[in-house]
Design a protein around this ligand. Structure first.
Ligand code: CP3
Length: 332
């Protein structure tokens, strides 16, 4: 949840010298910024520094990170015929080799201190960026594709799925010990459209990644599906082959647990803006969250990404409170 990033002065220092994607593409730099939060805080896991948009880049699309605006595609997909421009033979071990190199280097440098998480954007979320050309509140251009060009949409989602499966398998081979899929734009789809255009691909990814790893003699790693604003499809997400379901802050912990059942692990869900509160208040929010989720089959986390103006000391208060209260709860 943007564990590494602009809220850390040491990250800003690196960014002064290097563009965002230069950091992603240079294993030594990606490794360095991945480790920055690990040096500062008692974190239980590291997440490799990269971005979900490296996959559209591997497919041949240009993506710029525009300061103050976020990601921007100068030539988004406008019509189904634009699909022909996408590279059809992406091989993750080659086209995204820099991510695997960053993962391997980081695994070594972590020296077993904590596990390393790999990740990818989910197909619908990546498709929406490729069609919208950047962030959008309504996602109306991307949703228009689903309604007007359903076949081309499925073709694009399948292409993305194939690349993502290969990409995630390679991340595990390179050293990732857990995988997270970000379906950040789940909320703009209702349950019917989500069932048609998102879930089948999410299921394919969990099934194929595990099978491919087994076929190559690797033990599959746990997989997390994070669907932002995915209230409409929590039960379905719980049955899509992932060990962990990530939840944003807009869902009640007890409701999330009822919807996913007793055997899955939940992850989340503090409102990231709670980090603007005083350290004492952060402690109270954490205590409340842990009491509601319990300490078993639960990974304490924020419900979405951190913002650049957040105070690192408040993140420390969050992390320390998680450890303190979970030990308290476990002792009683
Ligand atoms: O969490 C981590 O530390 C790992 C690295 C990570 C980043 N992005 C780094 C980043 C991860 C896991 C992501 C995922 C990501 N990227 C998602 C899914 C999670 C979510 O937020 O829903 C999405 C949708 C993106 C696309 C993206 N990249 C956006 C919308 C932005 C702009 C964000 C902003 O606040 O401006 C980015 C840029 C980005 N990705 C930054 C970082 C640290 C900040 C850019 C910078 O340094 O200039």
């Amino acid at each position: 949840m943007r564990q590494a990033g602009r809220y850390l002065p040491e990250f800003q220092e690196v960014r002064k010298e290097h563009s965002f994607f230069e950091v992603c593409q240079t294993p030594e730099l990606a490794c360095e910024v991945t480790l920055q939060p690990i040096r500062r805080f008692a974190l239980d896991a590291a997440i490799i520094f990269s971005d979900i948009l490296v996959v559209p880049q591997a497919l041949g699309m240009q993506v710029d990170m525009v300061p103050g605006k976020g990601p921007s595609f100068p030539e988004p997909l406008a019509e189904p015929s634009d699909l022909e421009k996408l590279k059809k033979d992406v091989v993750a071990s080659k086209d995204l080799k820099y991510v695997m190199d960053a993962i391997t280097l980081t695994r070594h440098k972590l020296e077993g201190k904590c596990p390393l998480i790999g990740f990818s954007g989910a197909p619908w979320t990546l498709m929406s960026y490729m069609v919208e050309g950047g962030g959008s509140v309504t996602q109306s251009k991307a949703k228009r594709w689903l309604y007007v060009f359903p076949e081309a949409s499925h073709q694009l989602l399948q292409l993305l799925t194939d690349v993502i499966v290969d990409y995630l398998v390679q991340q595990v081979m390179a050293g990732a010990q857990l995988l997270q899929l970000f379906e950040s734009h789940a909320g703009v789809l209702g349950s019917a459209m989500f069932s048609k255009f998102a879930l089948p691909y999410l299921r394919q990814i969990s099934t194929r990644v595990k099978k491919n790893l087994e076929d190559q003699g690797c033990t599959p790693v746990p997989m997390v599906i994070f669907g932002k604003d995915a209230h409409h499809s929590m039960e379905e997400l719980a049955e899509s082959g992932y060990e962990v379901v990530g939840v944003d802050w807009t869902i009640k912990p007890q409701r999330a647990r009822r919807m996913v059942g007793p055997s899955l692990t939940l992850q989340g869900n503090l409102d990231p803006c709670a980090l603007y509160a005083s350290n004492d208040d952060i402690g109270r929010y954490v205590k409340d969250m842990l009491q509601k989720f319990g300490t078993q089959r639960y990974i304490a986390n924020l419900g979405h990404g951190m913002y650049p103006d957040m105070d690192p000391d408040h993140l420390k208060a969050f992390i320390d409170a998680v450890h303190m209260y979970s030990e308290d709860i476990n002792a009683n």
